[in-house]
Structures are given as structure tokens and as C-alpha cells.
Design a protein around this ligand. Sequence first.
Ligand SMILES: Cc1cc2nc3c(=O)[nH]c(=O)nc-3n(C[C@H](O)[C@H](O)[C@H](O)COP(=O)(O)OP(=O)(O)OC[C@H]3O[C@@H](n4cnc5c(N)ncnc54)[C@H](O)[C@@H]3O)c2cc1C
Length: 539
Amino acid sequence: MKDRYDYIIVGAGSAGCALAERLSADRGNSVLLVESGPADKNPFIHMPRGIGVIANPGSKVIWEYDVQTGGNGPSERWFRGKTLGGSSSVNGMVYMRGAPMDYDGWAAAGCEGWDWKSVEQKFVELENHDLGAGESRGGHGPLRLTTHPKGDALFDDIIAAGEEMGIARVADVNNPKTTREGGLGYQPTTRHRGRRESAAKAFLTDAKTRSNFEIATETDALRIEFEGKRAVAIRLRSKDGAIQSVRADKEIIVSGGAFQTPKLLQLSGIGDAALLRSLGIDVVVDAPNVGKNLREHRHTDLRLRVKGNSQNASLSGKRAIVTALRYFLFKSGPMSHAAHEVGGFAKSSDDLDHADLQFGLMSLSSSVDKAGKIGLDPFPGITFVTYFTRPESQGEVRIQSSDPDAPLYVNVNFLSAEIDRKKFVAATRWNRRLAAQPALTKWVEEELLPGPAIQTDEDILANAMSFGGTCFHSAGTARMGTDDKAVVDCRLRVRGVEGLRVCDTSFFPTLVSGNTNGPAMMAGLMAADFILSDHAHSA
Ligand SMILES: Cc1cc2nc3c(=O)[nH]c(=O)nc-3n(C[C@H](O)[C@H](O)[C@H](O)COP(=O)(O)OP(=O)(O)OC[C@H]3O[C@@H](n4cnc5c(N)ncnc54)[C@H](O)[C@@H]3O)c2cc1C
């Protein structure tokens, strides 16, 4: 590693990889990409269902958090990616983009340039879709997308059940009309030829050979260093514990993800002044909203015992070995599936002008045994996973110590907003309506979860944390905006200092209507445009 670069990016996740590729494409820029985790060599990263192995406690490729859910529920163990590709290397590979209204809402709140028409162009640039290029779809970008193949009778009947409810069968669930009106179809995924297509795969495979680009894995960014109000260097700790300051002549961009980005800002003196002083950290900018506005999707699950076509058996016991072998030989079979085979959007009530629910089918089902261990059910089961797409509950992430290795405080405050409670109930009822359609009566044997005893709105809410979970879409903790409380401005520059930006899901002012990997990569492309044009003008 050299002692100075033009640009230093902290975090080789979804956004960081996309940004690094774009900045280093100009050989006149020297770029350093710093990543806490190791290179993505573990073969289970690349096997789509390898997630069951790499997400285990103690895994070297994940960050683990103890998260307060809000209310009286027990805390939950959440994780994020810690390797090249970040969370895109450990996620469920469901590829969604969000709805035009999400981005148009950001623009209407003052952030010009973030309207749907602008971000849509970036999605098109990003995508190499197996459905080919279309009006709102890319066919030539770096990110190879594969739609789950047709042909499974149960999956097809789930889409047919949607049709019986008046929900269109669609070829591309990301089409803007589908995100508005609703529609179910086979799930587009970040997979290619049976392997995970992470941000590292899409953006670093070619870029890493560039002589102006360096990647430092197993290296932690501990603190941003300032001269006056200008961010000038990053304090780094390498694998062997050596500490080094590396200068950025142009900019530092923090892409550590929605938990680690606010943490690094706070450790560097950008945060709530009272909190920072109480921990002995010198204040660079009093920015009380760093770490606030944490947004997350909470899914409600309908676990069903079915008559067949579940993947439970082929992923359990001795058959799992055969399934894994099939995967390693042919890159096919259940080990090559993403989290959802079927997905899409729906309206929880016909009078809505926009879809408000996202649905995903998991072709397996799991339960917790008497010893508290989670395992696949010993019978055929599937799970409907549905969530309200635009939650308003807000939580918080904050440091509890000036020690960078100390655990973070995370409280997501699920269902604290009235609308989220109302929609959680609506989503739970919607799952049941789908399962009750004629197309599915020949498949469904029994509802296992929430279970027949849970019927009233009160019952559903009282048990909400026990039949669903986090979608791992955390965002919002370094909110973009034009108001005094925003952490970054609309070009992602940290307010109150110079030479520092944030580029990851932390800046999202609200959650988008869908999964967040695609939007994070899109953000990396947007940020690259801002940075390159700002420096072209200042040169
Ligand atoms: C289990 C799981 C399942 C998910 N499923 C889906 C899905 O199916 N579809 C979907 O679209 N989205 C999914 N998501 C969400 C999506 O993957 C994330 O929202 C997205 O990847 C976030 O991108 P990011 O750039 O904000 O951060 P990340 O991709 O998390 O990247 C942050 C990177 O920064 C590194 N880093 C952090 N701090 C430091 C530091 N101080 N020094 C050096 N490096 C640092 C981290 O190690 C990490 O590599 C899932 C996420 C998880 C965790």
C-alpha cells in the first residue's frame, strides 16, 4: 500500500465496488479500496445456498450484531457481509430496484437528480438481464441477472393463485408498471450460470488488474483524519495489527454499509456532540442525526405444510450431500436457487393507487426445535414472505465506546409507526388470502405459522416478532437531504466538512420498495458521476 491516493473508498460492498470500478476506470485517478473482510475465496460464497454455511456464528465473512427489535421482544442476531462484495456476497440474491415513486419522493423532497428517470438510466447501465434489454431494462451492463426458470408446478400455481386474486402474471417484476400496479412472476436474481453474482464479481473482476487501483483486504478503517474541516487521511489497521495513515488527495468515500458507516463517522468526530464528548471523542461536526433514521423491512411469514415440490428434503441430511455434489458438478439444483423463486408486488387493498406489499416464495420451511436450533422441517413445506415496502418506523445505530472493536448499539424500533402495524396485519392477511386461492388448494395441507390460533389484529401484532424477520435491508443512518438535519447533501457530501462523502444504503432518506442490493449498486454509479464531474470542474 502506498501512503497517498487520489480517492480512498472504505468498504468493498455493493456500493463501494461499483464506485471503485467507475473511479478507477480513468487511469489518471489512483484509487484505494479498503475492506475489513478477507477476499471472497470461500466457495460457499459463490454457491447460492452456501449462505447456510457462511452465515454461522464466528464466520470470517460476516459482521454480527445484537439488534434490539423495539418493544418488549428479545434481541435478534443480524449479520452483514464482510468480504469483497460486502453484503452482496452473503445476501439472498433477489434482484429488485424499488418503485419510481420512491426515487421521485427523494427528488420531490429537494434532491434533484434522484428522480426515477435519472436513476432508471443507472439501473439500465448496471444490468445485463437474461430477459434482454428493454425499455426499462439493461442488457449490456456488468451485473449478470438470471430469472428463476419456469417449469415447477407448485411455483406456477402460486403465480396462478395471484391471478385468481386479480394480480397480473408478469415476465419482469421490476417493470415500473408492476411495481405500481402489482404483478407476480419468476424472480430475477443476481446469479449467473448457477453462481452468485456479487458486486465484487460484477465490478472488480476486471478492474482489479488496473495499475492505478489497489484493494486492501483484511484492513480496517479506524478513523478519518481531518486538517481543520477537511478530511485528508484514513487511519488503517492491517491484518497484523500495524497502524498506518493513508492520505486522500481528492476525497474519502465511506461505503461501510448502514451500520458501519455511521460508526466510522462517529468514531471520527461526526455525530451527536454530547454522545461523542461522553466517550472522549473530539467533535469535528455536531451532527446529531448520524445513526438516526434507521429503516428496515420486516417480513411476515406464512409457513405451509404442502403435498410436494418443497426443497426441504433435498437440502437435509444425506440428500443434502447429493444435492451439493450435483451443484459442484453441474451448478444446478436446489443449491443454485436464490432465496425466492417467485416474487413480485401487490396491493393490500384494491383502492390503493400503488402496490404496498412485496411477496417472495421460499420453496422451503424451517422451524426451531426444543433445543432452540433452527432446522428445515422433516416434511415438505414452503414459506410465503411478505412485507410492507415503505415502512416509517425509525431506529438508531450508535457507538458505545471510542474503541472501534466495541459492539454497536442497534435498535431498529420495528412497528413503532402506526402505518407499519396496520400494514403488517394487512400483509399477514394477504398471505393467507393467496394460500386460500383455488389454484393452491391441491397443494396446501396445513398452515403452520402464524397458525390457526392467531386471527385477530391484536393477536397478529402481539406475536409479530415470532413469525417473520428482518429483510436485512437496513438503510437511512446518514440521511441525504436539503434540510439542516440531513447528514449528507444531495451529492452525498457530508455536511459541515470537505473531502468526504457517504455512498451506501446509509444515505437513503427512506427505504425503497424492494430489496436494497441493486439500489446500493445504482448509488455507486450515481456517486461516481457526482465525484468525477465535481473534480472535472474544480481541476
Ligand atoms: C443476509 C442478507 C440477505 C439479503 N438479501 C438481499 C436480497 O436477496 N436482495 C437484495 O437486493 N438485498 C439483500 N440484502 C441487502 C443488500 O445486500 C444490502 O442492502 C446491500 O448489499 C448493502 O450495500 P452497501 O454497499 O450499503 O453495504 P455492504 O454491501 O454491506 O458493504 C459494506 C462493506 O464495507 C465494509 N466495511 C465496513 N466498515 C469498514 C471499515 N471500517 N473498514 C473497512 N471496511 C469496512 C464491510 O466489511 C462491507 O464489505 C441482504 C442483506 C443481507 C445481510
